[in-house]
Write a protein that binds this ligand. Structure first.
Ligand code: ZN
Length: 411
């Protein structure tokens, strides 16, 4: 897709301004096998733009979802933090909305059933929708979660409604940012909701991205970075009102919105307050986003200086968390095997593979104790508390973590 032809993913306006270019990078979740190391890796441009018409921040490149998600390696259940968040939310909604055996909870991009399992345990019927075939199978086989292996959009929402399936609660966590057909998904949600149903949607919050220099959350799977203002304009197009909003500390800072049909909803004070706050910091003004590129360049320089000086002192360095954000960080900062010996990761699906572009071997976390590197660069800084707890023994023996975001620090 040429940049001149690109129009806003939400409103269709061609009036877009460049915030940041991260160059051409490989797909952040395209981990390599040993046999693939010698072959050329496809790379795609990674440019972030601002829509002057509806305020949506977005990347311009759309990699086909079949390429991105066919063998998606991120299994939500591997994170304790995510599981606790999911169970608390299922509890809250089951009680608040009086859900029971006659209800239906649908999750779009239901992953391995990490969230729907908690509704199932409470006797509430569930339906997962998950396009990655291997993960949909795991949800059915391991958790007994009925799962449609399809991409969700207007067509599927309308088909389920025609089949008599409408939802009391629709969850879409960390998925709206991933879909190219943003309007189709919101239209599908509007079709699938019962008249008094609620859609609970979590998206990365653009304010946190900018304020905390979270540039590593930018990769080809994340097409959009939302403000409440931009979401409000998108949902209004389909007769939906954002009735409530919360800021949640997931994925470096997210918004959780509760959307309902316009005739069933009133805006909460929290929605009014956040919309007013966004107007005050300049959500509609390019000036707010304009300094981001300089801030990122400064962070890259700090990190490269620290790692270079440790390496010059003969220190052994490794990394933790073979995540997509780690891939963006390593590739943008130009940090690879000359600096880091390996990446440790809990996921057995990732161990034995190599990181995209930088080709670091991915090993089990136990390797940290076997090799005892002097410093570990924490690529999954959004789970810092959890990982530092898990690695207490490595730290007790003198190992130190380097946390790169929002500013480089050693702990
Ligand atoms: Zn727009």
């Amino acid at each position: 897709m040429s940049k001149s032809a690109f129009c806003c993913r939400s409103c269709g306006s061609p009036d877009l301004r460049l915030i940041l270019s991260l160059g051409h990078t490989p797909l952040a979740n395209a981990l390599l096998t040993a046999e693939q190391l010698g072959a050329p890796e496809p790379v795609y441009p990674l440019d972030v733009v601002f829509c002057s018409n509806c305020a949506l921040v977005q990347i311009t490149e759309t990699v086909p979802p079949e390429v991105l998600f066919s063998d998606y390696l991120y299994f939500s259940s591997f994170s304790d933090t995510m599981l606790k968040h999911a169970e608390a939310l299922a509890d809250e909604l089951t009680q608040a909305r009086g859900l029971g055996a006659e209800s239906l909870v649908v999750e779009i991009a239901s992953n391995d059933g990490y969230l729907l399992q908690f509704y199932k345990q409470r006797g509430v019927p569930v339906l997962g929708i998950e396009p990655a075939a291997n993960i949909a199978r795991a949800a059915e086989a391991e958790r007994g979660i009925p799962t449609l292996c399809e991409f969700f959009g207007a067509e599927l929402g309308q088909r389920l409604r025609a089949e008599g399936q409408q939802a009391d609660v629709i969850h879409a966590h960390n998925v709206l940012a991933h879909v190219a057909d943003l309007n189709g998904v919101v239209q599908g949600i509007a079709a699938l909701l019962k008249p008094d149903g609620v859609a609970v949607i979590e998206v990365p919050y653009v304010k946190d991205l900018i304020d905390h220099r979270e540039f590593d959350t930018i990769y080809h799977e994340h097409l959009c970075y939302f403000s409440l203002t931009a979401l409000d304009r998108l949902f209004a197009r389909y007769g939906l009102v954002i009735a409530d909003v919360r800021r949640v500390p997931i994925h470096g800072g997210s918004l959780q919105i509760h959307a309902m049909r316009a005739d069933a909803a009133v805006r909460s004070a929290a929605v009014q307050t956040l919309l007013a706050e966004e107007a005050a910091w300049g959500v509609d003004d390019f000036a707010f986003y304009a300094g981001f590129a300089c801030a990122i360049e400064a962070l890259r320089a700090d990190l490269r200086t620290l790692l270079g000086s440790l390496k010059a002192q003969g220190k052994a360095l490794a990394a933790y968390g073979a995540s997509a954000k780690g891939s963006t960080l390593l590739n943008y900062c130009g940090i690879g095997a000359e600096t880091l010996d390996f990446v440790a990761d809990r996921s057995t699906y990732k161990q034995g593979r190599y990181t995209p572009g930088t080709h670091l071997p991915i090993v089990a976390p136990a390797t940290l104790l076997q090799e005892q590197p002097d410093y570990v660069l924490l690529l999954t800084w959004n789970f810092a508390d959890e990982i530092l707890d898990q690695q207490a023994e490595y730290r007790r023996r003198g190992g130190q973590f380097i946390i790169p975001i929002p500013q480089v620090r050693v702990v």
